[in-house]
Design a protein around this ligand. Structure first.
Ligand code: BEZ
Ligand code: FE
Length: 288
């Protein structure tokens, strides 16, 4: 096509695609380019603004490394990661939430009742619950991959003072689907904002804070894997999570408990001498 105009360029793009191309790729590319072109037409995008957009992408590529996933972070703060999560979330299962860049494969086994807090200071948090199917039946073969920040708000991979798997653990639940562990109460923290994504946050007058949370990936044979998080109901950033990860069913009240109430059979039994926090969180998995 030689008579390209700003009104027909979108249809021309679609016409350039081969008849025999993958139909899903056709649908995705047609819709993506339609929205991109509409965006440019609607906003009367200038050359300078277009160049800023390209510079943003180049900046993400420059900073990208094994430990720094700036493109994923961009998707997170734009709400795209959460939107994709919610589009595929099942109504009958626990809500999914953002994976984030700090999950580490190969976490050490953590026994039911085990402890992740170790020598770290801060209030003990006892987290427990049951992994269930959509009929409420416990799933004995489930595993939970658990991770969180240390009390300084840093994940192990961000902090040279922590070992690789500090605050990471992989738990096989008990035969009745029960899981329990102790840890330190998570704290709210900021997502990395020293790169191009930080520039977007500042340009939009936004902060980089996430409410405190525990991350879980729950898996069980025959069930859909679930990437999720638990948030305490009193967190100051609950209504302004910079990556849009909070869902109603993931907000839990942390109960205040006394040392004499601490249960038996846990790694820290007999070692908790201060008031502690406790949260119960059952996870529902749907079938594959
Ligand atoms: C996290 O919760 O670990 C996280 C999620 C999205 C971006 C950065 C961090
Ligand atoms: Fe996190």
């Amino acid at each position: 096509m030689r008579n390209v105009t700003k009104d027909n360029i979108t249809d021309i793009f679609k016409g350039y695609m081969a008849e025999d191309m993958n139909p899903r790729t056709r649908q995705l590319m047609s819709s993506l380019v339609q929205h991109l072109h509409d965006f440019a037409r609607d906003t009367n995008l200038t050359h300078d603004e277009w160049r800023q957009g390209i510079a943003f992408l180049e900046g993400c590529a420059d900073i990208e490394s094994e430990d720094r996933h700036e493109f994923v972070l961009a998707s997170d703060v734009l709400g795209l990661s959460s939107l994709v999560d919610m589009i595929h979330s099942r109504d009958d299962a626990t809500s999914s939430s953002v994976l984030g860049p700090f999950h580490v494969s190969g976490a050490p086994a953590l026994a039911v009742g085990g402890d992740m807090k170790r020598h770290f200071g801060g209030p003990v948090l006892l987290a427990e619950g049951v992994i269930r199917d959509t009929h409420g039946k416990p799933i004995p073969g489930a595993q939970i991959d658990i991770w969180q920040t240390a009390p300084n708000g840093l994940y192990a991979s961000q902090d040279e003072a922590q070992d690789t798997f500090s605050f990471h653990g992989l738990m096989s639940v008990a035969d009745d689907g029960y899981y329990a562990f102790t840890t330190v109460k998570p704290v709210e923290y900021t997502v990395p904002s020293d790169g191009p994504v930080g520039g977007i946050l500042r340009a939009c007058g936004r902060h980089p804070w996430r409410p405190s949370h525990l991350h879980y990936i729950v898996t069980a044979p025959g069930y859909q894997s679930l990437v999720t998080e638990i948030f305490p109901a009193d967190d100051p950033y609950l209504d302004q999570d910079t990556v849009f990860g909070v869902r109603e069913d993931l907000v839990m009240t942390y109960q205040h408990a006394q040392p004499q109430d601490f249960p038996k059979g846990m790694a820290l039994s007999g070692k908790v001498h201060e008031p502690y926090l406790a949260v119960k969180f059952d996870v529902i998995l749907s079938k594959d």
